[in-house]
Design a protein around this ligand. Structure first.
Ligand code: FAD
Length: 265
């Protein structure tokens, strides 16, 4: 690892001031991605701004029919939150299926969403639940936030404060996990709110998380696993790697989507 200067601000305002003042700074959340990247010398920030002591980024609140989760909330806190479990059980289940206990106790929702790993679970939840990413500067809808593999709408130094999830009437997440890391080979999050049905796929797309519009249209007619019979996702544009080929991923999307709908109803 290269040498760097470590900062520990105690407010969002000072975190923002620090990250803009330094030469090549990086925000640190749970460190589950950033620190391995630095150890492998794939990143060499001059300064690290640790968000751990920033109180504005913590906590889970339910306001009306919206669940708001602070960026520094760990996956374990989401998984075990009674408020999340009651309002959006699919989201609590998703968080409980991330990585292993060590990763869940350190990794944060803000870090995961900011990182936008193409195999991460939360981006699928954000997209399917039509979440809003709240930063220290603005509010960004999930459709506009996820731009591509490891790419988001965040500007340099912009800090995610919280993520607001509208409570759906029905939702479920099914993942075919990599047996070693638990990252999604394919994960499908299905959500219904009123007449609006959204299906988001992670782990499969060459450009990261995406919405399966043909599945959404079929499910909008009738929200039932049978509606997905004959609706297939083309393998073009899907990933092929050592874990799975594009054809297999396309097949898995269908299987996971049907399971998610069946579980949601
Ligand atoms: C062994 C292992 C298994 C894993 N398995 C899974 C899995 O099954 N599913 C899954 O979804 N994930 C998985 N992960 C990823 C992990 O859960 C974390 O979500 C992920 O590493 C990022 O979160 P973090 O809090 O550690 O962020 P960090 O590593 O601290 O930061 C990641 C990036 O986000 C930026 N950032 C962090 N917080 C903010 C913020 N508030 N505003 C703006 N930018 C910010 C940082 O600058 C950095 O660029 C795994 C990780 C490991 C090491």
């Amino acid at each position: 690892m290269f040498a760097f200067t470590y900062h520990r601000p105690h407010s969002l305002r000072s975190a923002s001031a620090m990250i803009h003042k330094v030469e090549e700074g990086k925000l640190l959340a749970g460190g589950q991605t950033l620190l391995p990247t630095m150890k492998q010398r794939l990143a060499a920030p001059s300064d690290i701004v640790d968000l751990m002591q920033v109180p504005e980024l913590k906590g889970i609140t339910v306001k009306g029919s919206t669940v708001i989760i602070g960026a520094m909330t760990t996956h374990d806190e989401v998984a075990t939150s009674a408020a999340v479990g009651e309002a959006i059980p699919a989201l609590a289940k998703l968080a409980g299926g991330i990585g292993d206990p060590q990763v869940r106790h350190k990794g944060t929702i803000g870090g995961s969403v900011a990182n936008n790993d193409p195999a991460a679970d939360y981006p699928a939840a954000c997209l399917a639940l039509n979440a809003t990413i709240i930063t220290n500067k603005r509010k960004i809808g999930a459709d506009a936030f996820f731009k591509g593999m490891f790419e988001t709408a965040l500007e340099p130094g912009e800090i995610i404060k919280a993520i607001a999830f509208p409570v759906p009437s029905k939702a479920n997440y099914q993942k075919f996990p990599n047996p070693a890391s638990r990252y999604a080979v394919v994960g499908v999050f299905v959500a219904k709110k009123g007449k609006d049905v959204r299906v988001a796929v992670t782990g499969a797309g060459q450009n990261g998380v995406f919405r399966a519009r043909t599945m959404e249209a079929a499910l909008a007619v009738k929200f039932n696993a049978k509606s997905l019979q004959g609706v297939s996702i083309p393998a073009d544009g899907l990933n092929t790697d050592i874990h799975a080929g594009a054809d297999y991923r396309a097949h898995l999307i269908g299987v996971m989507a049907k399971r998610a709908v069946a579980a949601a109803v």
